[in-house]
Design a protein around this ligand. Structure first.
Ligand code: CP
Length: 318
């Protein structure tokens, strides 16, 4: 694997999932492969899970991870080519990414969308500028439109809990939120579920919250949440802002919140969320504190997903 920006970078999704779950059983089996290698972790936005789990994953491989909160500690970056830099930006990404490429063997980066200009966000300008100028393999720690480390995590969290011959029914449900959030997590979850092909996959949301069809693909779309949840084995709860009416909040109906009443429609489903989650807005306390929630072991699995990705790049990324 040469980079990790999307599921399309992955030669075999089932194989990568196996590698991740293998690390869960034996975290230190490849302790030597990262020796004398350095991972740059560049954040333009806050993070708890991605930052810490990737640092632990790097450490498990013997690799040193160096975190740089570039939005707070670095020079203001210019991303556009050919501009006259007489405004607020101090350093062009051409130099910044190229310099970081001198220091690190793998460069990882988190960016967020502006949620104002769909074309700008969906061309993934930021991460592609880093790929273009770093000269080293780049790993997404979440980009404007995708969060592949989260989705690999979610996939292995389902896989390790499912041993029946039939495919599990996985339902991703929209839930309300007070802020306009990116589509990165739902886009990515849909992309990975579709690429994996080992699940019966439904997406439910109010009208107007349709995802980019490039990511929702062949998923079954159901606008009636209760109907969508019938027989679900896994429910993935997530808010996102509208893709169609880009970046807007179109619905705040609290009936879309995931509660025990919603859980009763399912096949005693395990309940997932990428975290952080706003309690009693997105998911009710009774669910998060109940026996069906698996959000904590799901977050724990972030380490194994990151470790699988870093090890594959260390082994095959040149
Ligand atoms: N799920 C996730 O990416 O969490 P952080 O934003 O805390 O990294």
């Amino acid at each position: 694997m040469k980079q990790f920006i999307s599921v399309t970078d992955v030669p075999s999704v089932p194989r990568l999932a196996e590698i991740a779950l293998d690390y869960k059983k034996n975290p230190y089996k490849d302790k030597g492969i990262g020796e004398n290698k350095k991972l740059g972790m560049i954040f333009l936005n806050p993070s708890l899970r991605t930052r810490l789990s990737t640092q632990v994953a790097a450490s498990n491989l013997g690799m040193e991870a160096i975190v740089f909160n570039i939005d707070k500690e670095g020079w203001a970056l210019e991303m556009k080519d050919g501009v006259i830099m007489s405004g607020n930006t101090t350093e062009h990404v051409k130099e910044a990414a190229a310099v970081m490429g001198q220091y690190f063997d793998i460069l990882s980066i988190r960016t967020f969308p502006g949620l104002k200009n769909k074309d700008e966000d969906y061309t993934e300008k930021y991460i592609h500028q880093f790929i273009k100028y770093a000269g080293k393999p780049v790993v997404s720690l979440e980009s404007a439109t995708l969060h592949p480390l989260q989705s690999l995590t979610d996939l292995i969290t389902i896989k390790e809990r499912w041993n029946q011959p039939r495919k599990p029914k996985v339902v991703m449900t929209w839930a309300p939120h007070v802020k306009a959030l990116p589509q990165a997590v739902p886009n990515s979850f849909a992309e990975w579920m579709n690429a994996w092909g080992e699940v019966d996959f439904t997406i439910t949301h109010p009208e107007g919250y349709e995802l980019d069809p490039k990511f929702s693909g062949q998923a079954h779309i159901e606008y009636n949440q209760d109907k969508a949840l019938e027989g679900a084995d896994f429910v993935y709860v997530k808010n996102w802002s509208s893709y169609v009416d880009y970046g807007k909040i179109l619905n705040t109906d609290p009936h879309w919140q995931f509660t025990n009443e919603k859980l009763r429609h399912t096949n005693d489903a395990r309940v997932m969320h990428c975290l952080p989650v706003r309690r009693n807005v997105v998911i009710a306390d009774e669910v998060l504190d109940g026996p069906n929630a698996i959000v904590i072991p799901e977050a724990g699995n972030r380490v194994w997903a990151a470790q699988a990705v870093l090890s594959e790049i260390l082994k095959h990324g040149k």
